[in-house]
Design a protein around this ligand. Structure first.
Ligand code: FES
Length: 128
């Protein structure tokens, strides 16, 4: 059976880098697909423990978070499946849209904020 592919758009919010869209198989992780495409993303443990690879979901399957009340309308848990437990993220991080790209595989087309700044934002503000 051929596994499904999804278009994943990568944006570097605070870096002067071009937005890139890559096709990611349902059985590979976003990090693996980026590497296959020659795109460097930050990573450390590759097992979901350190958080270095953290990205943030901006849009899934055409749905964006609503700006008015900052409630997210995107289904974060439905947008990705994890190969193993994402130990580096607390539940509230996951609810807020943070994703561990080293172990996450997409279930839908989506847009992600990536790069070292996303992890920094997570570490600097423990309430996010
Ligand atoms: S590289 Fe460590 S959690 Fe992804």
């Amino acid at each position: 059976m051929v596994s499904q592919r999804h278009d994943v758009t990568l944006e570097w919010p605070d870096a002067d880098r071009e937005t890139r869209t890559i096709a990611v198989d349902e059985d590979e992780t976003v990090l693996e697909a980026a590497e296959r495409s020659g795109i460097a993303l930050p990573f450390g443990c590759r097992t979901g423990a350190c958080g270095t690879c953290t990205g943030r979901l901006l849009e899934a399957d055409g749905a964006e978070p609503t700006a008015a009340d900052d409630e997210r309308t995107v289904d974060v848990d439905g947008a990705f499946s994890y190969r193993r437990s994402p130990r580096a993220l607390k539940d509230r991080h996951r609810t807020a849209g943070y994703v561990l790209l080293c172990i996450a595989s997409p279930r839908t087309d989506c847009r992600l904020a990536v790069g070292a700044n996303v992890h920094t934002e997570l570490v600097e503000n423990p309430w996010k």
